[in-house]
Unconditional design. Structure first.
Length: 131
């Protein structure tokens, strides 16, 4: 049975896989010209691996959750330079690379969702242990 503690790691696994797919698709759509399009895939592999560790090893859940949280913060911060293009794309404006804007926007959304899940996990952990 899945509880809110394990749901954080299941979300990490799922969004990690989504980020891997996003990175691979973005790289292919850029005609394999931009290796930086694979950045979401790199983050996705690391996040999914930490999700598996946290799901399988209850003694490593805090470490895995903090690792996912750090990667999520880095993912959001690293993708924010694309915010002007994301806003332009959403409002119908022109952008240099639609693939990059969509990829960066998707990375921000996925990483923010992970960050919320990790914060919830940490708060619940503190409440459960009384610390």
């Amino acid at each position: 049975m899945m509880n809110s503690r394990t749901s954080t790691f299941v979300l990490g696994i799922v969004l990690g896989i989504v980020l891997v797919a996003l990175g691979v698709v973005a790289y292919a759509l850029s005609d394999f010209a931009s290796v930086t399009a694979l950045i979401p895939a790199i983050f996705g592999v690391l996040i999914a691996a930490l999700g598996v560790i946290g799901y399988r090893r209850t003694d490593r859940q805090r470490l895995a959750a903090h690792g996912i949280g750090v990667l999520a913060v880095l993912g959001v911060l690293g993708s924010t330079r694309g915010l002007p293009d994301i806003i332009a794309l959403v409002t119908g404006g022109a952008v240099d690379s639609t693939v990059a804007a969509v990829s960066q926007g998707s990375m921000i959304v996925a990483c923010l969702a992970l960050l919320v899940a990790v914060i919830r996990f940490v708060l619940e952990s503190r409440t459960a242990t009384g610390s």
